[in-house]
Ligand binder design. Structure first.
Ligand SMILES: C[S@@+](CC[C@H](N)C(=O)[O-])C[C@H]1O[C@@H](n2cnc3c(N)ncnc32)[C@H](O)[C@@H]1O
Length: 800
């Protein structure tokens, strides 16, 4: 078991104002004025139109010189942009510089096939980033590559971004990408866009790229892969008026979004003429705001800051309290489907033009965002419990080798479900025991229960409760090898359990069983344990329970849990991959060879179940505050293997023959040792259909366990996202496990991922090995596209 206390706080919405063609220079005074209007930040272009004009004139003189000299441009040195001058920029070091989100010029074309244009563009970017860094700017937005052009230039674009990251060594670069791949045609609008000046000899050869829904994501993936998942490289994501498919939304959600750009055109207008966002927009924003590094929101082109000409104007600060009419949603979901305002909306917009939708509200878009911030959906139990631990990598616990601290037990014991379910399982087992008239291991007919690995004793208390609840008498033993927890167990026994429990300090594998009056050892009817890890068997429950099975009543003895299964699914998780890469670069050579325990949040499932068209994150009559903010698509999670207890005696007999290496015990283990633990070796090959192109960064692992399956059905626990709601909703004791891939696998659409997973053992240790292959079928031919390294956690294995 693995997991951390309660976070009740709600995410803050940081909202800025962005104008693509800001008329006024951004001064300290303007920043303060924006704050008075309720904005948290402002955007500012790094250079002025003067600089733009200067570059255009340089290009024109260069072209002229080339044509006058009748030279080929390859004979002429490339044009050099002289250093910036004061008129070229309004930016300067100031107290408010950290509150600025700066923009590099949108009129350059880093990916241009024309080497002159590409060269000029790189110089512009370089000069701008260097000056912004000099002024102390932290956040810079770089317009994304032109998607309508051929994808050939992407490598050039990425190369320039990589250089820019080296120029500004503290700057965070955000690449602006349109969520749906449809870019506002800046170069069409801007007559001075450098793309327009590319020599026809290059552009004619260039086929236009066919834009697909995933084009923008694909371009981003190429750029960040070339930049080796740089930790200072992230995304400014532009939300269109109509959000793309849930699969594409999920993909973007898993990426490092630091800014959410919401253009005015993405707002709808409700019946009262107020600006609102569609429900899918609201849910996507809420999901993003739950991320550990929640993005800032930029309201784009929602009109100039009110009162800029009269800085003494006293503004109403948007409090998030809107009139019911202003807060009402837009009436028809159809309006959010259309790419531009519907005729009715357009008419309302015209009527309300000049008064910004509501004459009392000078910043209606901002007020609406503040309102959304105020009415956020409540946090789930898991979010409250795991606050701060999202996507944080933890080494799995090793409760067998290490002795846990009291505080660790205290955290487990907060689980509202696990102990309840154990009590139900024990109660049902006791009731069945009596109904089936099974004989017990005690002389007086009491059912003998041993809680093995009792920790601080919560399952002991539950066993005693189950006996009281069912009226079935029991005799209870608490077995614990942690000497410190043993002291607490003794104290509990004296203070809370009225001495009804026999507490034994020992490794369960060395326990001989209940000591009878004649000095011999008796049997146990029910072994109760909780030795499960995030991948079921990774805290060595099988090895420990095999080792104590000799005390179990050979005819009727049962184990709670009766069985457990390990499950997995391939995922894309750039955030964790970036973290692991940083760790491996800073000296942790094994970072990619550890199955990490992690509260997975910012991920995308690569293989999902067919979508139920009626399923929705928000039923039509529900309020937004009731929205589900979990992943909207259900993953395909498959079973790797199972363990059940007790084992057939023949299996244990063979294992003991092998122990010691006798000839009848065979020729030793495959991976070392005598092979005595080889019955706990497992291998699985699972196959996953991948619908959309993506990148596989590793495997998410979960478990399910049947605590007891009797006459009243099965009592089960699950961390599998597909079944946990049904089997043990709100259980918080375990986070998933993550098996990383050193080299991410690029996965095409309509392909397959095959996962090979091994549980290996050499009698002293247990470890996992994993490998992922990708396949595509063209016609009747199934072709292997790529194969990951065979990764192994042997050097970090769990000691038996
Ligand atoms: C995950 S904790 C569970 C504790 C407690 N049963 C609960 O549910 O809160 C597992 C416990 O088993 C103990 N344990 C692990 N392996 C053991 C072994 N071989 N013999 C005895 N105790 C063991 C650990 O010290 C730890 O206290």
């Amino acid at each position: 078991m693995d997991s951390p206390g309660m976070d009740m706080s709600m995410p803050m919405f940081y909202v800025g104002q962005h104008e693509t063609k800001r008329a006024l220079p951004v001064s300290d005074q303007l920043v303060h004025h924006a704050q008075d209007c309720g904005y948290d930040m402002l955007t500012a272009p790094i250079t002025t139109p003067h600089f733009h004009a200067r570059v255009l004139s340089l290009l024109s003189s260069y072209n002229q010189a080339v044509s006058e000299a009748s030279l080929s441009s390859s004979k002429q040195p490339l044009p050099l942009i002289p250093a910036l001058e004061s008129v070229d920029t309004n930016l300067h070091p100031s107290d408010t510089i950290s509150q600025l989100v700066t923009y590099t010029s949108a009129w350059i074309d880093l990916a241009s096939p024309d080497p002159i244009i590409a060269h000029l563009s790189r110089q512009v970017l370089h000069l701008e980033i260097a000056f912004a860094a000099f002024c102390g700017v932290v956040t810079v937005v770089v317009p994304g590559p032109r998607l309508s052009a051929s994808a050939d230039g992407l490598s050039q674009y990425a190369r320039a971004v990589k250089e820019a990251l080296a120029v500004g060594s503290y700057i965070q670069l955000h690449i602006q990408m349109p969520m749906d791949g449809k870019q506002a045609g800046d170069e069409d609008e801007d007559l001075g866009h450098l793309a327009k000046f590319a020599n026809a000899e290059y552009t004619e050869q260039q086929p236009g790229a066919r834009l697909e829904a995933f084009s923008a994501w694909d371009a981003w993936n190429t750029v960040r892969s070339i930049c080796r998942y740089h930790s200072r490289l992230s995304i400014a994501l532009e939300l269109p008026r109509r959000l793309p498919s849930l699969t594409l939304q999920s993909r973007w959600f898993s990426e490092p979004i630091r800014l959410l750009n919401i253009p005015a055109t993405s707002f709808l207008v409700n019946a009262k003429g107020s600006f609102v966002l569609s429900k899918p927009h609201q849910i996507f924003i809420y999901r993003c705001m739950r991320l550990k590094s929640a993005p800032w929101i930029l309201l784009t082109n929602v009109g100039p800051l009110p009162g800029v000409n009269d800085p003494d104007t006293i503004m109403d600060y948007p409090s998030g309290y809107l009139s019911p009419a202003a807060a009402a949603d837009a009436p028809t979901p159809r309006s959010s489907m259309s790419p531009s305002p519907t005729p009715a909306e357009a008419a309302r917009l015209v009527k309300s033009a000049g008064k910004k939708s509501s004459k009392d509200d000078p910043t209606p878009h901002l007020s609406y965002l503040r309102y959304l911030g105020r009415i956020q959906p409540n946090k789930s139990v898991i979010e409250r419990f795991g606050g701060g631990f999202q996507d944080y990598l933890q080494s799995p616990l090793q409760p067998l080798t290490d002795n846990l601290e009291s505080i660790t037990y205290e955290v487990f014991e907060k689980d509202p479900i696990k102990y309840e379910w154990y009590e139900r399982a024990i109660t049902e087992a006791l009731q069945d025991w009596v109904t089936e008239e099974k004989s017990t291991s005690s002389e007086d007919g009491a059912v003998v229960i041993a809680v093995v690995g009792a920790g601080r004793g919560p399952l002991v208390t539950r066993a005693l409760n189950a006996s009281e609840g069912s009226g079935v008498p029991v005799r209870v033993y608490a077995i614990e090898k942690n000497p410190n927890a043993y002291v607490l167990l003794q104290r509990h026994n004296a203070q809370d359990w009225n001495g009804r429990v026999t507490v034994v300090k020992t490794d369960m594998r060395a326990w001989k069983g209940p000591t009878l009056d004649d000095g011999t050892f008796g049997h146990v009817d029910i072994l109760v344990s909780e030795l499960l890890g995030s991948f079921a068997d990774n805290e060595l429950s099988p090895e420990c329970l095999d080792g104590v099975q000799h005390v179990l009543n050979p005819q009727n003895g049962i184990s709670i849990p009766a069985s457990y299964t390990a499950h997995l699914t391939p995922i894309s998780t750039p955030r964790i991959y970036t973290d692991l890469l940083a760790r491996s670069h800073s000296g942790d050579a094994n970072a990619f060879d550890i199955p990490w325990v992690v509260m997975l949040q910012q991920l995308d499932y690569l293989s999902t179940q067919p979508q139920d068209p009626s399923a929705s994150q928000l039923p039509s009559n529900a309020k937004i505050s009731q929205a589900h903010l979990e992943a909207p698509l259900s993953p395909d999670v498959q079973t790797a293997w199972e363990f059940s207890h007790p084992l057939p005696s023949t299996v244990l007999a063979q294992a003991s023959l092998r122990r010691g290496g006798s000839a009848v015990g065979g020729g030793g283990g495959f991976t070392g040792g005598d092979g005595a633990n080889e019955h706990n070796f497992r291998f699985s090959k699972t196959s996953f259909k991948v619908q959309d192109q993506g990148v596989c960064h590793g495997l998410a692992g979960y478990f399910e366990t049947v605590l007891y399956a009797g006459s009243q059905g099965a009592v089960e626990l699950s961390t599998n996202p597909v079944t946990m709601e049904e089997k043990s909703k709100d259980m918080i004791s375990w986070f998933p496990i993550f098996f990383p891939l050193k080299n991410p696998l690029q996965v095409p659409p309509n392909s397959e991922l095959e996962v090979s997973m091994w549980r290996q053992t050499d009698d002293r240790k247990v470890w996992y090995e994993w490998l992922v292959e990708s396949f595509i079928t063209v016609g009747n031919r199934r072709m292997r596209l790529s194969i990951s390294d065979l990764q192994s956690s042997r050097s970090n294995g769990c000691l038996m």
